[in-house]
Design a protein around this ligand. Structure first.
Ligand code: AMP
Length: 459
């Protein structure tokens, strides 16, 4: 395996990387670093957790270094040379943190702009100028409209988590940004999935790109211990409280399907003397940042999040992830459990599954090509006669969250193979018997749900 140095990175970059404790490049880094240093466009298939951020940041810094075009110190005024677009504020902040870490020993600086916070400090930052700017699309356009940003010197554009940006309705914003940028530039597109929309975007954006793809997360889920606890719908919160207490979990990320569900769970846990905080789209940016930093530094042990809010949360070796509700889209299950067991560390992902969710469970198991072991916890034996109720989708976060019909058509009846599988040891209590067909729009065609266009929801 080549070292970071052998991939073409200079001493000062390698030093910063070594200080992070990285001993060798991950597969995406092995491929992306030399490709980007060469200067061509890149189409990369990689999910969070693969080391993709360093995969584009390190070679981009290397390029800036080899073609100096600005002051040779960190503080003087400078043109923006690299623009990284991300779908969410959290991801933007994390990417910029990484850029700052990796450029620690370089005469380069970076900054981040996103919506939901005051614009004035950003205007000041932009006046000063940064070499690398990380931004969410909406706020970037706000600055452009106000004339507070100069994008004429962009040499490299990176779209990070491009699939999520499209899912979140940012395509129009992205097109507007592309129209503003200088036409001669290097373009890097990172996406976990390749829908037709992503391919169309790639066609439009990239010139003869190098293409790389690393193993999808669903083939690397092996490192994560997964478990299902079948439980009655109304026993989920006592069960979660029981697990947290009896197993002394000190850092657990809990996923709920809705914002309302996240808030309610925080309250319910509070009644059991467990302090939790929620992060989701209705929370102010400062509340989200506070919850996240307390969770990261260990002073908050339970963080409850919706899929979109949790997107990009980067916590090394998060020991426990709980699916309080199963996600609607199997890919989200993989994204969620990928929060644990990152970069080779082992972790545990536990799902509390009630009768309403058997169909979702079957879809997930089909997607990850394995059955997840089930364990019934004493005192929480589910009622074998319980009837499934349709899952409430009204208050899903994000008007066009993938669960609302934007992503991944799945053929009807795709669970037949699953239904035919041998029963597991808790068959009676836990396994799907007759999954009720749900509104086909939920998982399929593009007709469901209003599409957000030109939205500034997260930017
Ligand atoms: P990402 O896919 O960019 O979200 O990165 C996932 C995690 O892997 C982050 O916590 C990084 O700090 C970590 N990471 C990135 N590159 C390496 C590496 N070469 N060795 C070990 N950990 C890494």
């Amino acid at each position: 395996m080549p070292s970071f140095h052998e991939l073409g990175l200079s001493e000062d970059i390698v030093r910063a990387v070594s200080e992070q404790g990285y001993t060798s490049p991950t597969p995406i880094q092995q491929q992306a670093i030399p490709a980007v240093i060469q200067g061509g466009d890149l189409l990369a298939g990689a999910q969070t957790g693969t080391g993709k951020t360093a995969g584009f940041t390190l070679p981009v810094l290397q390029r800036l270094l080899s073609q100096p075009n600005g002051p040779s110190d960190k503080t003087s005024r400078r043109p923006i040379r690299v623009l990284v677009l991300t779908p969410t504020r959290e991801l933007a902040a994390q990417v910029q943190e990484s850029v700052a870490l990796y450029s620690k020993y370089l005469p380069l600086n970076s900054g981040v702009i996103f919506g939901g916070v005051g614009i004035n400090p950003q205007i000041k930052l932009l006046k000063q100028g940064v070499d690398v700017l990380v931004a969410t699309p909406g706020r970037l356009l706000d600055h452009h409209q106000q004339g507070t940003i100069d994008l004429r010197h962009i040499e490299i554009l990176i779209l990070d988590e491009a699939d999520r940006m499209l899912d979140m309705g940012f395509i129009h914003d992205i097109k507007k940004v592309l129209a503003i940028l200088p036409p001669k530039r290097q373009n890097l597109l990172f996406s976990a999935t390749f829908s037709d929309d992503i391919k169309a975007l790639a066609d439009r954006l990239l010139n003869s790109p190098a293409m790389i793809e690393v193993a999808r997360r669903n083939s690397t889920v092996e490192v994560i211990a997964q478990k299902i606890h079948p439980v009655d719908r109304d026993k989920k919160h006592p069960l979660l409280a029981h697990l947290i207490k009896s197993q002394q979990w000190s850092q657990v990320l809990v996923f709920t399907r809705t914002k309302h569900g996240a808030n309610r769970l925080v309250e319910q846990l509070g009644k059991e003397s467990i302090t939790a905080m929620a992060i989701h789209g209705n929370k102010s940016q400062s509340a989200r940042t506070k919850a996240l930093s307390e969770f990261k530094d260990g002073s908050l042990s339970v963080l409850v999040a919706t899929d979109i809010a949790a997107r990009g949360i980067d916590i090394d070796q998060l020991p426990h992830v709980v699916n309080y509700d199963l996600p609607n889209v199997p890919e989200d299950y993989v994204h969620r459990i990928g929060r644990t067991g990152r970069a080779g560390a082992s972790g545990e992902a536990v799902s509390l599954v009630c009768v309403d969710e058997f169909k979702l469970l079957a879809d997930i198991e089909k997607f990850i090509k394995r059955q997840i072991p089930q364990e019934i916890i004493d005192g929480f034996i589910p009622d074998p006669n319980a009837k499934a109720q349709p899952i409430q989708l009204r208050s899903f976060e994000g008007r066009n969250h993938p669960g609302n019909g934007q992503r991944k058509a799945r053929p009807a009846g795709s669970n037949k193979a699953q239904a035919a599988k041998a029963p597991t040891r808790h068959e009676t209590a836990g396994r799907p018997q007759q999954p009720k067909p749900r509104n086909s729009n939920l998982l399929g065609g593009k007709s469901a749900g209003p599409r957000r266009s030109g939205s500034r929801g997260n930017g």
